[in-house]
Design a protein around this ligand. Structure first.
Ligand code: GDG
Length: 736
């Protein structure tokens, strides 16, 4: 087992240079604590930027800095001020951050900062490559480093790479506006596992992958060349115990040990037991909805004037990215709003808003959490929002109400809180009123459920479940590799082939011998394919069968003159040695009248789809329909058809972008087994790409050489990657 390498923009320690010496302070952030279980001992390394630019690090201290960082299992990536400017303040925080938080109007698309982003991502990748061994596991974090997975993969094709995005992944409609969208997706797809906080971000990402890159996606697997990339959601938790313990310690403190802040909070509380504190804590960021929250507070005071002089809003806004103009503007806007509202409502004994623009020590954070009756968090968009979870963790007596924006990822797991839409002031005002009046018992009931959940799925669990999933992916890869038709395996098959006296080959057509075409009628065979099939057909002691779901007229036109044996419509018709088609199975088609109108109604409602009418089956094709919409409609159609056909002898086949209704007693497995029984074959081979071919793989005898095209789940013994590889394989048969 190799080591684990963690990579994030910032390291888990902060560097300070003073009086020519270096001090390192461990970061308090959630990520650093969450990764403790992963980043421990000598078998893990954390790579990131130290927070100081090259210009800020005196040459003579570089060695000492490296040593100081090494003590924390860390190693730095060197960045110049210009690089930090283009990569961090530029592309990361002026393009990706606003875009991924749906602030399209704030997103700047600057070629120069994109180029710096690429160059700096390469620096991070190089730093990894320098330290990584083949059996290491690499975990890359967040939006600043989205190109790193592919950059590492290029040089180390077999290394295990995971990526976690801490911010939302936006809907395709937003993401598509970015000029470098394909590069960003391809960058991420260098990973083996891509993690998001919640299912919605995962869904958006998969939709962009399908629509922008046209890749095949099955459930949460993406198929790219020879690899399967897994996409999943892992909602990040907090260090529950740390917050819980801190709150318990806090409760035990004697009055002389209280912080100044706590004393002030207590004084205010004592003056009237009905006084309430509303708390909000965020980085000063437009995505957190601070300005809107202030406006909503004003709305609340006007709607419920009885709370004037009773309710106080405490806002802790932590300075963030103050080099970016949008953040400077926001700071000004908030300053003004706080000033105006306080000016308007204050009395001699009451200021409605206490506003702190700074970062506070952890102890003060706990003072605020434990003293506030209500936590009020209204992000307009937030990947997760850990503050909501921390507040609940510190409520040791179970009291306290959390009002949380439904736009925060954490809202998914915190249904017992009061969820609000941050844009709905009416709802917010009423909810604050409800929160103030919520009976203690109800508060405790709600919080108990939340606390249990937060304790169980804490940040350590989060990190471990991501790592476990990444390791499982490695195992799955190994299993897949074990089915790959390698040269060695091919050679032993060829040996068997050449020794055999009577061979039988079943070849699926679409997706196997030929690639897919948006118009199935145009996907005719090419000269190379005819040549290949002729060569097989002319080989001594060799019988080939084309086995397809297609209709007999098309195959008559394409292949009858060639006298190939053919089984079409999944086994309804057969043609041998150039004879016209005859029925292999006795099937009825009187059901078609009933099913056709259903399919027609789907065609009407699904642009780009159409019906293919065969003699004994009806197929609804949706290859030209947008992939998400097409799949949605296919699921809907499958449900409708399943309920309609009930116990009839019909079945619905879900092929590759096609859904086919046909008689149940017809399938490729049954047809091929019948053919097999007609003679004494000592080498049997079957190849196909979709699940209609699985009938052959399952029903033909164990000794059959079965090959799947593509890496999807299969009953076949081997797989090859694509139609090109199929042709190479068949060519090698002709030479055996
Ligand atoms: C990003 C995503 C996602 C805040 N003020 C002080 C302080 N904090 C601590 C809190 C909390 C953390 O900072 C803030 O975390 P959030 O999750 O709320 O927000 P972001 O910083 O925007 O984080 C977010 C997160 O990544 C994790 O994936 O949840 O959606 O935007 O832990 O306690 N800590 C101290 N003093 C402060 O003044 N000591």
């Amino acid at each position: 087992m190799g080591k684990t390498i963690i990579i994030s923009n910032r390291l888990p320690v902060q560097l300070q240079i003073s009086n020519g010496g270096i001090t390192t302070i461990p970061s308090v952030g959630g990520l650093a604590t969450g990764m403790k279980s992963v980043h421990s001992g000598g078998d893990s390394l954390w790579i990131g930027w130290s927070g100081l630019t090259d210009e800020e690090i005196p040459e003579e201290l570089t060695g000492d800095i490296d040593k100081a960082l090494a003590k924390h299992g860390s190693s730095k990536v060197k960045l110049t001020a210009e690089e930090v400017d283009g990569f961090y303040y530029g592309f990361s925080n002026r393009t990706i951050w606003p875009l991924f938080h749906y602030f399209l109007e704030y997103s700047e698309f600057e070629l120069a900062s994109w180029n710096t982003y690429k160059a700096v991502n390469q620096k991070f990748a190089d730093a990894i490559l320098e330290k990584a061994d083949e059996d290491d596991t690499i975990w890359i974090h967040d939006y600043q480093l989205m190109l790193v997975p592919q950059m590492v993969r290029e040089k180390r094709p077999n290394i295990s790479i995971g990526f976690f995005l801490h911010i939302p992944f936006p809907s395709f409609e937003i993401f598509r506006t970015m000029p470098w969208r394909e590069e960003v997706l391809m960058g991420l797809l260098g990973s083996d596992l891509i993690g998001f906080h919640i299912y919605d971000y995962q869904r958006h990402f998969l939709s962009s992958v399908r629509r922008l890159l046209g890749l095949e996606v099955s459930f949460n697997d993406i198929y790219l060349d020879n690899r399967i990339i897994k996409v999943d959601s892992f909602p990040m938790g907090i260090d529950y115990k740390k917050f819980r313990d801190a709150a318990e310690e806090h409760a035990k403190r004697s009055s002389d040990k209280l912080s100044e802040l706590q004393k002030r909070l207590n004084t205010h509380k004592k003056s009237d037991p009905e006084n309430k504190f509303l708390l909000s804590i965020d980085r000063l960021d437009y995505s957190k909805g601070i300005a809107k929250r202030l406006n909503a507070f004003e709305y609340f005071l006007n709607k419920y004037p009885q709370y004037k002089e009773k309710v106080r809003l405490i806002i802790l806004a932590v300075p963030s990215r103050s080099n970016v103009p949008q953040y400077q503007l926001l700071k000004r806007e908030i300053d003004e709003l706080v000033g105006r509202i306080n000016g308007e409502f204050s009395t001699v004994s009451w200021t409605p808003i206490w506003y702190f623009y700074r970062s506070m020590p952890f102890e003060n954070l706990i003072d605020l959490y434990t003293s506030s009756d209500i936590a009020w968090l209204t992000p307009l968009r937030d990947g997760m929002n850990l503050v909501a979870k921390e507040y609940i963790a510190t409520r040791i007596d179970g009291t306290g109400v959390l009002i949380l924006s439904e736009m925060a990822g954490s809202a998914n797991e915190m249904n017992e809180s009061l969820l609000i839409n941050p844009n709905n002031f009416e709802q917010i005002a009423d909810t604050i009123n409800d929160a103030i009046n919520m009976p203690i018992k109800e508060q405790q009931t709600r919080n108990k459920v939340l606390q249990k959940r937060l304790e169980r799925y804490n940040v350590g669990k989060w990190a471990n479940s991501f790592m476990n999933s990444l390791n499982a992916q490695k195992d799955r890869d190994a299993e897949n590799v074990s089915r790959r038709l390698t040269d060695n395996r091919l050679n032993s098959i060829l040996e068997e082939y050449s020794k055999s006296k009577k061979r039988l080959l079943f070849l699926d057509y679409d997706g196997t011998l030929a690639g897919f075409h948006t118009d199935p009628q145009k996907a005719g065979p090419d000269e190379e394919l005819y040549g290949l099939l002729d060569a097989l057909q002319n080989q001594e002691n060799t019988t080939i069968y084309l086995v397809s779901g297609r209709d007999k007229d098309t195959f008559t036109k394409w292949f009858l003159p060639k006298k190939y044996n053919m089984i079409v419509e999944h086994g309804v018709w057969i043609s041998q040695g150039g004879e016209p088609f005859r029925m292999l199975e006795n099937v009825k088609n009187d059901w078609m009248e009933k099913i056709r109108p259903v399919l027609e109604s789907f065609v009407d409602r699904t642009p780009g789809s159409f019906i293919e009418e065969k003699n004994f089956s009806l197929a609804w094709h949706y290859r030209k329909t947008g992939p998400d919409f097409g799949n949605l409609r296919a699921t809907e159609l499958s449900e409708v058809l399943t309920s309609l056909i009930g116990t009839d002898d019909l079945s619905v086949l879900n092929g590759n972008k096609v859904m086919e209704v046909k008689s149940s007693n017809v399938n490729k497995g049954r047809a091929t087994v019948r053919i097999l029984g007609e003679d004494d074959y000592d080498f049997v081979f079957a190849i196909g790409d979709d699940w209609t071919d699985e009938f052959m793989f399952q029903e033909l005898p164990e000794s059959t050489v079965t090959v799947k095209v593509g890496r999807q789940k299969t009953a076949a013994k081997f797989y090859v990657e694509n139609t090109q590889k199929v042709r190479e394989l068949l060519k090698s048969f002709t030479k055996a």
